[in-house]
Each structure stands twice: as C-alpha cells, then as structure tokens.
Ligand binder design. Structure first.
Ligand code: HPA
Length: 269
C-alpha cells in the first residue's frame, strides 16, 4: 500500500458510492461544489495524512455527490507549490482519484492571459503546458505500481476529452479559447519582462497550479481535461498593477458561465 491507496481506502469507507469523475476547483471557482446533489463533505483536515490548503478562495474539502448525473468527487480547494507544499503533496490527491477508480480528471484554474487575443473573463481549454515551476512531482524514487519512471507527456490533456469540451462549449454558445498554460511557481505575480518572454516561449496563459496535477495524472494514466478562467491580463499588458482580489472578483463574476460549462463537460465524460 502506498499513501494514495491508504487514503483512497479511507475515503471509500466515507463515500456512499464509487466516484467516476474527479474535479479540482480553482480560485473562486469552488461555487460548482454547491451544485452537487446529495453532497457528502469531507474536510481535508479530517483525512489522515492529507495536506491542508491555505490559498484564498479555497475551502479545503472534498465534496462528493452527483453532478449532471455522474458520481463526482470534487476538491473544493487545491494545494499550490507556493503555499510551501512539496510536489508530492500536490500529486497525492490525483493518485487518490486514480486509486478510487475515477476515469477522468477535470482541472480548473484562474489564470492570467498572455495571448493578446484573449480578454478578461474568457475561458481557455488547456491543450498543453510549459512547466516553468522549476520542480516536478515525479522527482525522487519512482513507484512502479503507480506509473513509469520516464512518463510520456505527449497527450497529457487527453485529445478526446478536448473534443468533448469544445463540443459542449459550442452547444452552450460559449467562446472557448484554446491554448498553452505556463505554470509559474509564484506566489509573486510575474514581471512584465517574464510575460513577454513567456509569450515568445509559446504560452497563452499563466498560472500557479495545474501543471503538477496534470503531470501526476499523466504518470498514473488518468485522462485530463483542463480549463482556465482568464481573470486578468498578465503583468504589463493592461497598463495597471495586478491584484489578487481582482482575480477572485472576476472568478466570482464569471463563475456561473464557467460552472455551466464544466457541468456540461461532466455530463458527456
Ligand atoms: N499570473 C499567475 N497566476 C494567476 C494570474 C496571473 O496573472 N491570474 C490568476 N492566476
């Protein structure tokens, strides 16, 4: 038994059903958890060996139940590298989802727009990422029972699930941008020079999460679909300073549209 399978066994005891789809709700996007029917709430602090989240707008609990007719297990609040968690702690919940038998992972986040064609409030389907965090959750001894030492990252953001997400957005008449997410360690925002450099590197959006979770999912063979809510244009692009409160405010304002899209995607997964 590794730590993930131990925690999965604990959660299995608490859950009235086997979860099918796992979701990670990012900053200000936790509202989706309120739409879960027959909700069972499990605070992270009650789970032996589980880390605790400290980021603003993150509740720090699992919410399990039915969403769009599917059995879901949702993280209302995630772990960020900038909080001081090590990468293994960020990978752990993803491995727990896999151990519980989930067939897909939906990752959501708030991100800064790097692509000049984007607008605040846009939603971006992540097609690929650039790991600029300077760390990797797979570093260290490999547990071969979880995944291979050298993990292929060619289809991390599962192509079939991207197609499904695009089809749902079209049906809901929501503009869904596509792009590359660059993971930045934070917690300081990027400098304007960094943003110019990231654009040259091929980034369309920048944020402080998602990349380690996607790597862990790739490693254990869990299909991923990931969405960013563009809460601000990145540093130096809007002629004003960045503000964490504004990120939360935009996330709250666009929450209903974002939640409708995620719910629609869960329905077809
Ligand atoms: N940079 C990094 N992370 C973010 C941003 C940003 O501009 N906006 C929301 N999360």
């Amino acid at each position: 038994m590794n730590q993930a399978t131990t925690i999965a066994a604990y959660l299995r005891e608490k859950l009235p059903f086997a979860p099918d789809i796992a979701l990670v709700l990012g900053s200000g996007l936790g509202g989706l958890a309120e739409q879960i029917e027959n909700a069972v709430i499990i605070p992270y602090r009650s789970v032996p060996g589980f880390p605790v989240s400290t980021a603003p707008g993150h509740a720090g609990q699992f919410v399990a139940g039915q969403l769009a007719g599917k059995n879901v297990l949702c993280m209302q609040g995630r772990f960020h590298y900038y909080e001081g968690h090590d990468m293994a702690a960020i990978a752990l919940p993803v491995r727990v989802f896999k151990a519980l038998g989930c067939r897909a992972l939906v990752l959501t986040n708030a991100a800064g727009g790097v692509n000049w064609d984007f607008n605040v409030g846009d939603i971006m389907l992540i097609t690929d990422h650039i790991n600029f965090m300077g760390a990797n959750p797979l570093r260290g001894t490999n547990d071969d029972s979880i995944g291979p030492r050298f993990c292929d990252m060619t289809h991390t953001y599962t192509p079939e699930l991207q197609e499904k997400a695009l089809a749902v957005a079209k049906k809901q008449n929501i503009l869904l941008q596509k792009g590359v997410y660059l993971g930045y360690m934070g917690p300081s925002f990027e400098t304007p020079a960094e943003i110019r450099a990231f654009r040259v590197l091929g980034a369309d959006a920048v944020g402080m999460s998602t990349v380690p979770e996607a790597i862990a999912a790739s490693h254990c063979g869990l299909p991923v679909v990931a969405l960013s809510l563009i809460t601000n244009m990145a540093a130096g692009m809007a002629g004003k300073r960045l503000d964490g409160a504004e990120v939360i405010e935009i996330a709250d304002r666009r929450g209903p549209v974002f939640q409708k899209l995620v719910k629609g995607i869960v329905e077809v997964l």
